[in-house]
Design a protein. Sequence first.
Length: 157
Amino acid sequence: MTTDEQTADREIVLSRIVNGPRRLVFKAFTEVRHLAQWWGPDGFTTTTRAFAFREGGDWDFTMHGPDGTDFPNWITFREIVAPERIRLVHGTFKDDPERFDQVITFTDLGERTDLEMRTVFPTKAHKDLVVEQYGAVEGGRQTLGRLAAYIEKEGEI
């Protein structure tokens, strides 16, 4: 998925260099035991109801905010090219009409990984809503920060 004039106003692109080899950073996305340690912004926890990391598989989970608010989530994995890319659809529930597309790209930098999360929303208004109401950009940055800290702390997962 590349930015073009048709999607630029509907996109959020976040990236971070993670101190860990690509295979390790990719692995942190593949199992619930890892995701539970870092997924979500600072102060959030995640409860998983179902997880199948395979093309066509689903991740049904709830993110719990530090104020006690629950945020239901549903991800369907559309494409998995290990350890390079994960393409998914993310919404509040399966087949959510306001779901968005996301591609996570892992670029090998030796002992570091350039991780990019490119999200395309169905409309500019929906993107603006999640940025303003849910703090999606800052929350995404915090999530990538938690991932980086998890990789650095755990070393080999």
